[in-house]
Design a protein around this ligand. Structure first.
Ligand code: UDP
Length: 318
């Protein structure tokens, strides 16, 4: 297959490009580097099965030649990033999704949307099944991401129903691992980078809020299987083992051996209190479930961030 991946220089996009290439496919990567990092795809430059286009998918997009699949992964995904780029986040979920769907229709390609557990908002149902419609504040600071992704899902289903495009929607839960941007502001990267630098580890609120963390290799395998073997209904892909933020902080202190103190900061507005995927559907239709326990995945992520020590990427955000 020849597939287009938008956001190919991002954390998930670049790992996904590697997954497709490893199975013998050809990848066209597209990124405008708002939050993507050229280093994530440096190893692919010169690979005859990989082409790169520096472009903003929220504007008119032309790609030469046939395409069998389009995977739309472009978007800021860390709350800190989407608060810094609120309009670009809304545009890539809305206009970017529309452009990518239009391209899929024109090429007769399968379309795959990277959606999110954020469509469930601050959930009133726990764990979250795909049938839950969510509890989202449209005008809160997180609304720019949540509503863009909800619109993207609606647009994807409209192209599926009205134009007969073959579509997939994955709802991605918190994912971590190598190629995360050290200062992207998310909890796993923040805690590890703080621990390695001897900075205080910042728990927002009382740390009793929960997340369920999926190692990137597991996430990418689930996505790949959903692309190949799934159907048009949204599918949760995430790790159902739930931790409090405080437990995560304590694990990272233990694994890094840091002397950093754990401190408390204000809880961001609309921060979901709990999050955990019900992955019954992924198990049944894809035979997929995550394999890497948090302790192992965090150890591998610590090794990755250690390898970046001393580089500009590790500097605090301006
Ligand atoms: N969080 C935290 N300290 C940090 C960064 C995040 O306590 O330095 C908390 C945040 O308030 C949230 C959870 O960790 O409850 C996960 O945050 P993240 O930004 O990784 O993503 P989210 O799941 O909220 O989209």
């Amino acid at each position: 297959m020849r597939v287009l991946i938008t956001g190919a220089a991002g954390f998930l996009g670049s790992n996904l490009a590697d997954r497709f290439l490893a199975s013998g496919h050809t990848v066209v990567g597209l990124d405008n580097f708002i939050t993507g990092n050229p280093d994530n795809i440096a190893h692919l430059m010169g690979n005859p099965s990989f082409e790169f286009l520096r472009h903003n998918i929220s504007t008119y997009t032309y790609v030469a030649g046939p395409l069998d699949g389009i995977l739309h992964f472009a978007s800021p995904a860390s709350p800190v990033d989407y608060l810094e780029h609120p309009i670009a986040t809304l545009k890539v979920g809305a206009l970017g999704t529309h452009n990518a769907l239009g391209l899929a229709k024109a090429k007769g390609a399968r379309f795959f949307l990277a959606s999110t557990s954020e469509v469930y908002g601050d959930p009133l149902v726990h764990p979250q099944r795909e049938t839950y419609w969510g509890n989202v504040n449209p005008i809160g600071p997180r609304g720019v991401y949540d509503e863009a992704k909800r619109f993207a899902e609606a647009m994807t289903m409209a192209y599926h129903r009205y134009h007969g495009v073959d579509t997939r929607i994955v709802r991605i839960f918190n994912t971590y691992g190598p190629r995360m941007r050290p200062r992207d502001g998310r909890v796993v990267s923040n805690f590890i980078v703080q621990a390695l630098n001897g900075e205080p580890i910042t728990i927002y609120g009382d740390g009793s809020q929960t997340r369920s963390f999926c190692f990137v290799d597991d996430e990418v395998e689930g996505i790949y299987r959903l692309f190949m073997n799934g159907d048009a209904q949204p599918t949760n892909i995430g790790n159902p083992t739930e931790y409090t933020v405080r437990q995560l902080a304590e694990l990272i202190v233990e694994l890094t051996g840091t002397a950093s103190p754990i401190i408390r900061k204000e809880l961001p507005e609309d921060d979901p209190k709990v999050r955990k995927p019900d992955i019954t559907r992924a198990r049944e239709i894809l035979g997929w479930e995550p394999k890497v326990p948090l302790r192992e995945g965090v150890t591998r992520t610590i090794d990755y961030f250690r390898s970046l020590m001393g580089t500009p990427l590790m500097k605090p955000r301006a």
